[in-house]
Design a protein. Structure first.
Length: 485
């Protein structure tokens, strides 16, 4: 899967993909999450995101269509079901209203993808039917989505810098450009500017001078028309997306032939045995065994040491095998810290980051600690600290709730996770959820700090009151007149 290594950012790449009529998946790894843009015939067909708050259920909660309790009840009997399908099936929205909300969400995803820094960009060329068959039923308006997003995006400086870095770029407008874009919300100024563009090759500076638009507006207009197909790049290097190619096959290198060994004629003749004669032996002056004149002396493995006349000298055995040197010992696994101990050290490091107001480093340390030990009772503290840190950013609300719920499950008698969840719901305006969390926190620990006026109201019978219309099923029964008095 090849990486796209190019200095052009998303607006230029969108224009290039549209001009190439590309089909595939563009993966953007950004600082707040990963977004996936699906293309067919050069048009956007769908977008997906794992960034916080960019899922359809969370989007409907922010728009006031659902609350958290209703969303959980909605998906309780539909494991893996699409939120949009469930909302339509339950009659909470029509199909047209659902599609309109989904189109609004995808525009928000594209806007955030354009404004957030891209850490890594990857292009996967393939047909979309395999991994997007269900989503292809949704008709995405590529033209309207691109026009609205480019007009809202705060990327004017980046666009100007990009076009100034490519002085050789020239575009040609399609015939009847103004008429082809008449379905878009054009202002009189933009309509007049479009009427001045022709099929001649024009650079960005020329378009700016011709239309009389400010530099930022002129560059944004060029990028928008390029992504819509109103302009085509005809001069300069097109930001191409490399396609995946199989690695080249390298043939194995042939092994070199062994060098031939030549023997002399005398080497081929057998050596006759030498006759034994007493004079054929010589005594070693050091007192060792007598050596034959026809045999080489044995290889001495040890370094000779000076000896005195009274010290007997040992005779080395030429057939003995030298003792190999001992290998260095590896550290014993028992000496390494356990995953629980490493998790504890990461929690201590996270607390140090918190004291220095280094929230991002603290969150990363806690997430690493949870990967090492996230299910034992000792993991209650990192989950609680993680939820508390995520409360500092409204965009992390959903993940904060998830962390606090895990902390409550690991320590069911702890009141602090419930109090923190109640505070988050109170900020979001979900009064019923906040009241329930504060009530549970006070039941566990009456001394826990909760905001004034949020004590647990009880019914005359001593049990908490519950509005029968508060649940989603109650709302549906009330709509059909099935609510019992």
């Amino acid at each position: 899967m090849p990486e796209v290594r190019t200095r052009h950012f998303l607006p230029a790449l969108m224009g290039s993909l549209h001009q190439q009529k590309a089909e595939g998946e563009l993966v953007l790894e950004q600082n707040d999450g990963t977004r996936r843009l699906y293309w067919a015939g050069g048009d956007l067909k769908y977008l997906r995101s794992d960034a916080v708050g960019e899922q359809f259920g969370n989007f409907l909660i922010r728009r006031g269509v659902l609350d958290m309790a209703s969303l959980k009840e909605l998906l309780a009997d539909g494991e893996g079901a699409r939120v949009g399908d469930r909302v339509v099936q339950w009659g909470l929205m029509t199909q047209e209203e659902c599609d309109s909300r989904l189109h609004e969400l995808l525009g928000s995803v594209l806007l955030h993808a354009m404004e957030h820094p891209i850490l890594r960009m990857t292009w996967i060329p393939e047909a979309l039917g395999g991994n997007l068959s269900g989503d292809l039923q949704f008709r995405l308006d590529h033209r309207r989505l691109v026009w609205d997003t480019f007009q809202q995006a705060k990327v004017d400086r980046e666009l100007v810098a990009m076009f100034h870095s490519e002085p050789d770029w020239r575009w040609r407008a399609q015939p009847n450009l103004l008429e082809s874009l008449s379905d878009l919300p054009l202002t009189p100024t933009l309509a007049y500017a479009l009427s001045l563009l022709s099929t001649e090759q024009l650079g960005c500076d020329t378009i700016e001078s011709l239309t009389g638009l400010p530099t930022e507006d002129a560059t944004k207009l060029v990028a928008t028309l390029w992504a819509l197909g109103g302009l085509s790049l005809v001069s300069g290097a097109l930001p191409l997306v490399p396609k995946e190619e199989p690695p080249p096959v390298v043939p194995p290198e042939p092994e070199p032939d062994p060098e031939p060994i030549t023997l002399a004629q005398e080497d081929l003749m057998p050596t006759p045995p030498s006759p034994f004669h007493p004079d054929a032996l010589e005594l070693d002056l050091s007192g060792q065994m007598p050596l034959s004149l026809n045999t080489p002396p044995p290889l001495q493995m040890a370094v000779p040491m000076p000896m005195s006349a009274s010290t007997p000298r040992s005779i080395p055995d030429p057939t003995s095998t030298p003792t190999p040197a001992p290998l260095p010992l590896l550290p014993d696994e028992d000496d390494l810290p356990s995953p629980t101990e490493r998790a504890r050290r990461l929690v201590v490091k996270a607390k140090s980051y918190m004291m220095q107001d280094r929230t991002s480093e603290g969150i990363r340390a806690l997430e690493q600690a949870i990967k090492l030990d996230g299910d034992s009772p000792g993991a209650y503290e990192p989950w609680l600290l993680l939820g508390r840190l995520r409360l500092t950013n409204p965009a992390w609300s959903t993940r904060a709730i998830e962390a606090l719920q895990v902390a409550s499950r690991l320590n069911p008698r702890a009141a602090e996770p419930w109090a923190l969840m109640g505070e988050l719901y109170r900020r979001k305006g979900f009064q019923a959820n906040a009241q329930g969390c504060f009530r549970r926190a006070l039941e566990l620990d009456p001394s826990v700090a909760v905001p004034a006026g949020w004590s647990a109201p009880e019914s005359p019978a001593g049990s908490p009151t519950r509005d029968p219309q508060s649940s989603l099923m109650g709302k549906l029964r009330g709509m059909f007149g099935r609510e019992k008095d």
